[in-house]
Design a protein around this ligand. Sequence first.
Ligand code: SME
Length: 167
Amino acid sequence: MFDIKIFDGMKTEEKYNMMLSMLKSIIEDESDVITNISNATALINAIIGRINWCGFYFIRNGELVLGPFQGMPACTRIKIGNGVCGTAVRERKVMRIDNVHNFKGHIACDAASNSELVIPIIKNGKVYGVLDIDSEEAARFTELEQTYAEKSIELLSKYIDWEKLSQ
Ligand code: SME
């Protein structure tokens, strides 16, 4: 059972640390990659808050293909180098965009999104995809959200065989 009320009254960083412990306990005894990524998406979406989209794209046959997510239906394929997600992959770096409307080439999926955080998934030097989080609020994502989104990917990388999701 998952009860979001346990987070009531917690400070943001405390909540995010709890998110990491819950993430570990959700995935450590489950081997199915789709199951684990789906639960990770739901957990991150529930805990980070004030976001309207949270999900994964995985590199399949040389382009990013939509994976498990929470939010409105989204564009299914993104070329490497395109949009915020494709740029994160090409440059192998986190993209924390305060105002997506100022990002040249931004791909609008949910028209309501105004800021975006994209974490590339890199293991042993290979890029497998991205975690993408959008918010209706401008500049929603601070260094704190970036740090914990990166920690979430680091944790997932210990348990998930990304090769099974990427080709
Ligand atoms: N905005 C992203 C596209 C994915 S959606 O936000 C879900 C981009 O520019 O790559």
